[in-house]
Design a binder for this molecule. Structure first.
Ligand code: DLL
Length: 434
């Protein structure tokens, strides 16, 4: 089994990688300036010309792009190629405002698939594997992205999409599926359904690894998934604007590798827009170096993470990012205190009596914000004794208070009573916004 998909690129000395990025960045700014009225106008407004970009540091002269730009130019105003060169569209669901549309040339699709083939190879997935793709197929990028990545690698794809969970599990068992790709919340639902069907994922299936992403998930949840299913859980990251799922952890599991020959990342302080030092949390900003149909210049993804620039123990020299800790726009402010749903998940998943599902409900009662967390108990933890339940509630409240610095109401609910998700899960109901 090869260790690298493309050893020359993946282990390229960092200085050479930087030179390569610099060349590609210089070409990119000319490309977008000549082909996209949107970027030409943006550059002109900022008084920057393609010739001004000569080094990697010059990237800071370029203006940012944001999701609103995609909405304002809906549907295809940011594209750099005519329709004849497009081979695919994907679109976001557009829960707030207009959907955003992303277009792809054949080359874009190949680059996307190659990024994933590299990641899959880096955790030992290969031709002998069968990958069940349980991300949604269609306008969402998860299903088709993982599908093409896997085909590029030469693994066999089982394109189940999401939903119809019982049949998914039967196929997983009967076809000797070895790997799965889906949201972590959907996999939790699969684990639960497997138990009901008396399918033991460890002994009745060949499943050995999963690629989980498309939504935030904590290190603690990863450990739970691994201990409840017996598989290795890998993080997979990307966004539809960049193409879709693109980057995974390698077998060392010390960050998600960002392919520097294709993407240039910056981690910036969300307020000042200035770079933060390696290892410190900031907002991810991405520039696509090889995309043809819809390149992005300094796109503010809004995800919060940390960057590690030193080479990985696996030998790859491309930068890594830490698990996404939240989105700068996902933060809930309760009585002036910033709360990220991921913090709540990390606290809860460390408590063995707590089950795998919770819901945060924020409301305003009179002038005061209130935050309640509904928590499903672990099946084995339910007790008829009121005193046991009160004690557990107290334990959870103080664990949350310690981390959040906020008094939170805890409501213990029965196992199975909170909604399950087949795709991205919803963990917060903010009634102040309804
Ligand atoms: O969710 C693409 C994707 C599909 C990634 C399948 C991974 C697997 P969007 O629908 O545009 O694209 O949503 C992108 O989802 O900005 C993050 O906030 C979040 N997200 C994606 N992957 C992760 C992850 C796809 N591994 C948005 N950890 C991103 C945390 C993630 N958040």
């Amino acid at each position: 089994m090869p260790e690298y998909w493309d050893p020359e690129i993946e282990t390229m000395p960092i200085d050479d990688l930087k030179k390569l990025q610099e060349e590609k960045l210089k070409q990119l700014v000319h490309y977008v300036y000549e082909r996209s009225p949107f970027y030409r106008k943006r550059f002109d407004e900022h008084g920057v010309k393609p010739e001004d970009i000569q080094t990697l540091d010059d990237i800071r002269k370029l203006p940012f792009t944001v999701k609103q730009d995609l909405r304002d130019t809906y549907p295809t105003g940011m594209f750099c190629v005519p329709n004849t060169e497009l081979v695919r569209f994907h679109a976001s669901s557009g829960t707030t405002g207009k959907p955003t549309v992303v277009g792809y040339t054949q080359h874009d699709i190949e680059e996307w698939a190659e990024s994933l083939a590299r990641g899959f190879t880096s955790v030992g997935l290969g031709e002998n594997d069968i990958l069940q793709v349980s991300y949604g197929y269609g306008l969402f990028t998860g299903g088709l992205g993982a599908h093409y990545g896997s085909e590029k690698l030469g693994a066999t794809v089982l394109p189940t999409s999401s939903g119809n969970t019982e049949r998914q599990l039967e196929l997983m068992r009967d076809l000797d599926v070895t790997a799965i790709a889906c949201t972590p919340s959907y996999f939790l639902y699969m684990i639960e359904t497997a138990k009901k069907l008396n399918i033991d994922l460890r002994s009745d299936t060949k499943l050995r690894m999963g690629f989980f992403g498309a939504e935030p998930w904590s290190e603690e949840l990863k450990r739970r998934i691994e201990s409840e299913s017996g598989i290795k859980a890998y993080d997979i990251y990307g966004t539809s604007e960049m193409s879709g799922p693109l980057f995974t952890e390698c077998s060392e599991q010390c960050g998600v590798h960002i392919w520097a020959d294709k993407f240039l990342i910056e981690i910036l302080d969300p307020e000042t827009g200035q770079p933060v030092p390696d290892g410190e949390t900031g907002e991810l900003v991405i520039t696509t170096l090889t995309k043809e149909a819809m390149p992005l210049i300094r796109y503010r993804v809004r995800d919060l993470t940390r960057k590690f620039s030193e080479p990985c123990p696996c030998g790859r020299t491309h930068p890594r990012i830490a698990r996404i800790s939240g989105r700068s726009d996902d933060m809930i402010i309760v009585r002036g205190i910033n709360v990220f749903p991921g913090q709540v998940e990390s606290v809860l998943m460390k408590i063995p009596e707590v089950g795998n599902h919770f819901m945060i409900i924020v409301d305003r009662i009179g002038p005061l914000d209130s935050m309640k967390v509904q928590i499903e108990m672990h099946e084995s933890a339910f007790s008829d004794k009121m005193s046991d339940m009160m004690e557990l509630k107290g334990k959870i409240s103080s664990a949350l208070k310690n981390v959040l610095n906020l008094a939170v109401e805890v409501e213990l609910v029965e196992h199975g009573s909170l909604p399950r998700s087949e795709g991205k899960s919803k963990k917060v109901i903010d009634k102040r916004k309804i």
